[in-house]
Ligand binder design. Structure first.
Ligand code: AR6
Length: 183
């Protein structure tokens, strides 16, 4: 088992806004001005100061992310990532989704964050099939953690049993089944 990865990646079931981590990631849209789903919840809990800071950012392209403070959230920062709307899986969605995870992790490191929590970006109203998206999420996080030790904990936060089950299955396949010492 790859102990270091298994110790650094955790699955959590519940509401991402309850977590006292250095950064939570938002599944935002290109305006960065709020919406439904996890985005709506984050803005509600963080308070109007979050929207005020988001207004200064000038939006964000799909596949990228921008960082703000967390205001009334227990998390210190919010990293607003813009996932792709899923069409057919062959319209650049995988690379754009991977870009969200990579940019969020890079921003976290640049801002001194050691713990970061991700929701299942694009898997709600944007329609990305959960298992396909989760494979991309695990792949990008594992690659990043192997190359950079500054992030100590990555939490994947799943809102319902079905999503949690899918992530658990992939966790055993991609994280805990790896043999120690293999590349
Ligand atoms: N904590 C963790 N996960 C959550 C929470 C929560 N509080 N609430 C929902 N989820 P979605 P998207 C899960 O639709 O598909 C917004 O309007 C949810 O079950 O929030 O990237 C934005 O403004 C799902 O698995 O994001 C954009 O316009 C996952 O979070 C658009 O939706 C993502 O679902 C983005 O769509």
């Amino acid at each position: 088992m790859d102990t270091s990865l298994a110790q650094r990646i955790e699955l959590v079931k519940g509401d991402i806004t309850s977590l006292a981590v250095d950064a939570i990631v938002n599944a935002a849209n290109t305006s960065l001005l709020g919406g439904g789903g996890v985005d709506g919840r984050i803005h509600r809990v963080a308070g109007p100061e979050l929207l005020a800071e988001c207004r200064t950012l000038g939006g964000c392209p799909t596949g990228s992310a921008k960082i703000t403070r967390g205001y009334r959230l227990p998390a210190r920062h919010v990293i607003h990532a813009v996932g792709p709307v899923y069409r057919d899986g062959r319209s650049g969605e995988p690379e754009l989704l991977a870009g969200c995870y990579r940019t969020a992790l890079k921003l976290a490191v640049e801002n001194g964050c050691r713990s970061i929590a991700f929701p299942a970006i694009s898997c709600g109203v944007y329609g990305y099939p959960l298992e396909e998206a989760a494979r991309i999420a695990f792949h990008e996080v594992i690659e990043f953690l192997r190359a950079d030790t500054r992030i100590e904990r990555v939490l994947f936060v799943l809102y319902d049993d079905q999503a949690f089950g899918t992530y658990q299955k992939l966790y055993s396949e991609l994280v805990t089944s790896k043999k120690e010492g293999l590349p």
